[in-house]
Ligand binder design. Structure first.
Ligand SMILES: [Ca+2]
Ligand SMILES: [Ca+2]
Ligand SMILES: [Ca+2]
Length: 357
């Protein structure tokens, strides 16, 4: 696998809905919720506010998402909009980290007291920040951090805003020997003015597997979300009013209010979907997402379906949980026929679901 994670935060009300872990490093409470996205839609808002803190205690809030597999070399791309300035540590701090399989930060992107980004290795070393870049609050910047695990011969590299030349060139740094397993965002705030940042348009690639072009820097990238806009070639599930497609076009899931359901194995629901808002460019991966539950004991498995060129292609079956809705995602690095994706394919394909068992 090469692209290991994409996240645009567009169709959720809580980050847990996309299987991120939210944990606290201190006592207190914080504020985190969707905010306006970098190009419409939503971003994720991590803000520490004095009003949300009990007494004068410092809080630290972590958001962690693990990859399907560990790797010794990976790139994290992420758009960051900072609300207020941060230092490298102490009471008002933020970091974007790659973590090991235990969820512990191995390499972190931070900002120094002059608001310049640098890469930090807990217990080992710190890279030099680029001399000519100061992060302005209130603007979006796209960061791409590459980390290679190889003991004392490890490497880091940082590119900003799609630059083809690294702002922190390849630098030897010791990140230990434990493989990387995922990403983690952190914000910490003491009892003071609101501080924090928005994150959007995340990609991660595993540099050690797969092939070009998705095993290296992808540049300033965006994660666009498209929703059902009409019936597709197959309408076999049952709706609870309206049309099938308008039961599942929720920008944010509405629980049992609008649903499609079936108990007939093999039934397929397909939908015409909106087009991506960008007219051209490379499509590095497509991720299908459905939000589902089963209503009784017994096994029920659902798979995403992509209809391309008049044929249906069924994704990996997911065994559903009982009781609460869970989001099931599948990354399609290539189209169902094994070719590279394109904007045209994304815009003309139909997407849907199949009850497998
Ligand atoms: Ca977004
Ligand atoms: Ca719905
Ligand atoms: Ca379309």
């Amino acid at each position: 696998m090469t692209v290991t994670l994409v996240e645009g935060f567009d169709h959720i009300s809580t980050i847990q809905q996309k299987n991120w872990l939210h944990s606290f490093g201190g006592m207190g409470d914080d504020y985190s919720a969707p905010a306006t996205g970098r190009h419409g839609g939503q971003s994720w808002n991590m803000t520490g506010q004095s009003g949300g803190i009990i007494g004068a205690m410092t809080i630290g809030s972590y958001f962690t998402k693990m990859w399907p597999a560990t790797t010794t070399e990976a790139i994290l791309g992420v758009a960051i909009y900072r609300i207020a300035g941060f230092g490298p540590g102490g009471n008002q701090a933020m970091s974007l980290s790659l973590v090991n399989a235990a969820g512990t930060a191995v390499a972190s992107l931070k900002w120094d007291t002059l608001q310049r980004p640098f890469i930090y290795s807990p217990g080992f070393a710190t890279s030099s920040p680029p001399a000519n870049f100061i992060h302005q609050d209130g603007t979006w910047n796209y960061y791409e951090i590459r980390i290679k695990i190889n003991g004392a011969s490890g490497e880091c590299e940082l590119r900003m805003n799609g630059a083809s030349v690294a702002d922190i060139p390849t630098t030897a740094m010791n990140f230990g020997t434990a493989a990387l397993g995922g990403i983690q965002f952190y914000v910490g705030a003491s009892n003071g003015a609101p501080v924090g940042f928005y994150a959007d348009d995340i990609y991660c690639v595993d540099c050690t597997t797969g092939s070009a072009p998705t095993n290296t820097f992808l540049g300033d990238s965006r994660v666009d979300t498209i929703y059902p806009t009409g019936a597709g070639a197959s309408t076999e599930w049952d709706n609870n009013g309206g049309s099938n497609w308008d039961r599942v076009d929720d920008t944010v899931p509405d629980g049992d209010t609008t649903i499609v359901a079936t108990n007939v194995a093999g039934e397929v629901d397909l939908y015409e979907c909106s087009d991506v808002t960008i007219g051209s460019g490379d499509v590095w991966a497509v991720q299908t997402n459905f939000y589902a539950k089963k209503q009784d004991a017994g096994s029920r498995e659902i798979a995403a379906v992509i209809r391309q060129g008049g044929a249906n292609y069924v994704g990996s079956a997911k065994a559903l949980s009982l009781g609460s809705y869970v989001q099931y995602s599948q990354l399609w690095l290539l189209d169902p026929l094994g070719a590279a994706w394109s904007v045209t394919k994304v815009n003309t394909d139909q997407f849907g679901i199949k009850l497998v068992t």
